[in-house]
Design a protein around this ligand. Structure first.
Ligand code: THU
Length: 130
């Protein structure tokens, strides 16, 4: 299964009683493994988690930490854009040139790098010496 197929499939499992907006994410690690995630909402709204966060958690739980690429899909008018918090989460495990493909269920796709999505990211260099 490729990243697109994996993201489409996991999206169906999204738990979205409040937004009714299903998101699926599938990432590939440097080693070639695919991990998936979907958004999981909560009646206490801020406790909901994004699809990207779920995929990252699955990757780390599997013992992997090198994000090579991620595909995110939703039924949105334009390709779904990862939220600011998820951009920071992706930057923790990806590199500046890591490709983030955003897609709609209707077939539109847009690919950007992590550096483009989160310019000037706060990173470990800012904490040098600690
Ligand atoms: N959401 C994601 O899962 N990923 C994104 O990139 C954008 C937003 C979710 C969070 C919430 O469950 C719903 O979409 C509406 O914001």
């Amino acid at each position: 299964m490729n990243l697109k197929e994996a993201a489409i499939t996991v999206r169906e499992n999204a738990y979205v009683p409040y937004s009714n907006f299903k998101v699926g994410a599938a990432l590939r690690t440097a080693g070639g493994t695919i991990h998936v995630g979907c958004n999981v909402e909560n009646v206490a709204y801020p406790e909901g988690t994004c699809a990207e966060a779920g995929a990252i958690a699955a990757m780390v739980a599997a013992g992997e930490r090198e994000l090579a690429a991620i595909y995110v899909i939703a039924d949105s008018p334009t390709p779904v854009s990862p939220c600011g918090g998820c951009r920071q989460k992706l930057a923790e495990f990806g590199k500046g040139d890591t490709r983030v493909t955003m897609a709609t269920t209707a077939g539109a796709e847009e690919t950007m790098t992590l550096a483009e999505l989160l310019p000037g990211a706060f990173n470990a260099d800012h904490m040098a010496g600690r």
